[in-house]
Design a binder for this molecule. Structure first.
Ligand code: PGA
Length: 244
């Protein structure tokens, strides 16, 4: 099955660079076949413009890196799931480890955000993953299971899950394909236990054109959430091609 590639630009790129990237990727994807698709999460200020500019394009979908846990109201600096949906945004990352670590996103906040997205018709991309200490202590599987149960218990609706071991994000260290496969198989078991089936589970953490084929060869790896290697159009296209 075709693998889904989701780029996460984090706080990178000027507007001109964002548009140049989108032009390059769209023209190559469209001329290739029109049947493949990738998602990109740019910085929030560019989202509405990118959605508008590439509205006719079927191959690239736009994702928000962030979404409020609140509904509309006096929450300076926040933007709601409804607003993102209204702008034509397809999905939102929820529970990324950088948000959990640096912006105090607790499991409870993550759960609320997932519910807000689903209620607004916005697809949540739920990120989970253990720290290095948790892996070394042998509790990686339990930690990921707890994150999934906290965020998705009782949830009905479509979600995408991204397993991103924290120790592999932006570090150049990737989980081996065997480590990724073992965790992804576990994630599917946990999701089934929560009554969620047919959920795409992406791997994230230093994915690049050199290691992507091994990861995509694993039966439970349905795609990749990619930071650093999604910044360059050429390497992003290589990742997409590896998933075809
Ligand atoms: P990375 O980031 O590919 O640069 O490790 C992945 C992520 O944070 O989603």
């Amino acid at each position: 099955m075709r693998k889904l590639v989701v780029g996460n630009w984090k706080a990178n790129k000027s507007l001109a660079e964002a548009l140049g990237f989108a032009d390059a990727v769209c023209s190559r994807m469209d001329s290739a076949s029109g049947t493949w698709e990738a998602w990109v999460a740019p910085p929030a200020p560019y989202l509405a413009l990118l959605v508008e500019q590439y509205r006719e394009n079927q191959s690239l979908r736009w994702v928000s890196q962030q979404v409020a846990a609140h509904t509309a109201g006096a929450h300076t600096g926040e933007f709601t799931a409804e607003m993102l949906k209204d702008c034509g945004v397809h999905a939102a990352l929820v529970g990324h480890s950088e948000r959990r670590e640096r912006f105090g996103e607790t499991d409870e906040v993550v759960r609320t955000k997932v519910s807000r997205c689903i209620a607004a018709g916005l697809l949540p991309v739920l990120c989970c993953g253990e720290t290095r200490e948790e892996r070394e202590a042998g509790v990686a599987f339990a930690r990921v299971q707890a994150q999934l149960e906290d965020a998705l218990g009782g949830v009905e609706g479509d979600v995408v899950v991204a397993y991103e071991p924290v120790w592999a994000i932006g570090t150049g260290l990737t989980a081996t394909s065997a480590q990724a496969e073992a965790m992804h198989a576990h994630v599917q078991v946990v999701l089934a236990g929560l009554g969620l089936s047919h959920i795409q589970v992406l791997y994230g953490g230093s994915v690049n054109p050199a290691n992507v084929s091994d990861l995509f060869a694993q039966p439970h790896v349905d795609g990749a959430l990619v930071g650093g290697a999604s910044l360059d159009a050429e390497s992003f296209l290589q990742l997409i091609e590896a998933g075809r």
